[in-house]
Design a protein around this ligand. Sequence first.
Ligand code: ADP
Ligand code: ZN
Length: 730
Amino acid sequence: MMLVEEKDALKLKLKEVFGYGHFRGNQETIIRNLLDGRNTFVIMPTGAGKSLCYQLPALLLDGLAVVISPLIALMKNQVDQLNAYGVNARFLNSTLSKGEITRLRKDALAGAVKLLYVAPESLTKEENIEFLKKVNVSFVAIDEAHCISEWGHDFRPEYRRIKSMIQQLGDLPIMALTATATPKVQIDIQKNLQMEDADVFISSFNRKNLYYEVRPKKETKKQLIKFLRDNKGKSGIVYCLSRKKVEEIASLISVNGFKAAPYHAGLDPDVREKNQDAFLNEEIDIIVATIAFGMGIDKPDVRFVVHYDVPKSLEGYYQETGRSGRDGLEGHCLMFYSHNDLNKLEKFNKDKSVQERENARILLQEMEFYAESPVCRRRQLLHYFGEEFTEDNCGMCDNCVHPRERFDGTEYVKMVLQAVKQTNERFGLNHLVNVIRGIEDEYVKSYAHFDLEIFGKGGNEDADFWKSVIRQTLIYQYLEKDIENIGALKLSKKGIAFLKKPHAIELARDHDFTTDLEDEEVSSERAPVNAKAYDDKLFEMLKTLRKKIAKERNLPPYVIFQDPSLEEMATTYPTTKEDLAQVNGVGMGKVNKFGKEFLETIQKYVEDNDIETATEVVVKSSVNKSKTKIFIIQQIDKKVDLEEIAEMANLSFEELLTEIENISYSGTKLNLNYYIDQVLDPNKLDDIHDYFMNAETDSLEAALNDDTLADYTEEEIRLARLAFMSEYAH
Ligand code: ADP
Ligand code: ZN
């Protein structure tokens, strides 16, 4: 029985050092287990509080605890935090100078250090082992222990040597910790550390407040902007696979009016840190990042995580989505999926060894199954990590909220189980599919599986159908993975019982992502309004309104909004200022100046006619173009002469004018007077001004053909028109 004082001692220390009043989850049991000298294996989702499981015992035990951790950057963080608590923690890795190492050794030998964080590669150095042998080590903790396993997603070869290193320090208790381990990886870790006897503590991986959703990667930019607009003001992360994509998407998001910044390993460290801080301090809402971002980041109110590209593994996906909703409130996890992404990822692995390639392929296949499956996402994720989730409807994933059509799968499941049984539970998915469908490939021939009773019984359905049925049979636990024989499927108890006495099972068909071609590039560049797709009635109403306002203000109607803008409004029905500002030819300036009545008219129209709005999202696009535009705007702000700007931007003067016209037309006010006053006689300017004030249209051609302007050059007319527009239209 536990002594009262002892129990209090743990809690007292928790309060005294860390300031916490209670243990979380099973922390206390875990800590006690280690204090009893037992090998301990901790599997706990990110953010649940793993570190405390070794930090607290390190303080309670005599001597120094060695913590092996793969990430040098995080080591310093952890040590800084502990030092702030008044704990003497230090680290030993390749960043230390000779002098620092000497000092560290001296302090450790004097018994002053309680925790020592060590990188695995430092541990393999003979001199460090010799030093540690002389120190009184209390136990060894191995953080991120999944790095040991080549079946995992983050294999680090030096981790496989840890056991032989620490053995030299004597027979010490070991604590292994990880936030991600499939059953296969768990066994691998225990074997490699020779701690099969360890007590294993698995915390539930279910994150009840996270909503999981997978969408086809189709018109992705548009979908993304719409999603961000629906989540305006909330904090979120958008993950992309490459640095280039990160840059591209970060600008896209910024151009569309959100506060966002990029984060990836290719950025200058200062910039990276600045962007990260801006995100943590809520100066920006959205960080667009490669997976380099997020480790060690503890921002509690991240409301969404978007995977713009498909992640490399379900482990990675779970970790990354896990960064949302840490405060227990809503977290929306949206992944854009395309098969093409998987092929791209597979190509990245082409230089790896055969074995590594094969492992990576298996991880990708799990990703594929997850995305395409009709089964509850939560159930699939938890199943992947070896946890059972049996609720019929989690209510917090796309497959549960919008269930796919179901069919009676009883006979199909029966056939799958028979195929597994008749092939002696030694084969994986692809072979089983071939057997069921009656495909005589090399394997079928060499095992003479064409002789089996089940052979060819399911020839009417295609391979994808059978793969899906087998996956569902596995996830509903009629089958289980054979941990010793990777890829092979065995009958579970439930499966054996089913074969004896079948009962009705409903299945659903996979999502079909094959027709979802990745046409995102095309779609976002495409003009948002196709000819005559607009609502005639609304268009006429908007024109009437425009006439009225023009009259009131004594301006030509086109200065208010041009026809294409009205057409677009009659197509997309913007009802908020933000939505209206997205219309081509309309910027926030115009919205504030003329927008109110237009919004009211559209709003009323939408209500009267029960129109579903915001279905069509207009994405302001073209990152490269916008870079030039931004440059031009900046230079004009600095009152640089246009000739000079043209030269710097590598444009002809005419091209520059076109760019400036586009900028002005899309709603940005430019003050060009500094330049125009130099090059254009005030009288000329007035003439052109008068012309435009009375013209029906701002067309250049019409102006050039007008007799009153016969003496003016095209360039003069264009410049004066710009001055006119910026005076009245913005
Ligand atoms: P993990 O390593 O599992 O991702 P951490 O060890 O970094 O998680 O802990 C996550 C957060 O939870 C940290 O801010 C930590 O201070 C806090 N925490 C850990 N244990 C407790 C506890 N018993 N009470 C309150 N907060 C805790
Ligand atoms: Zn669900």
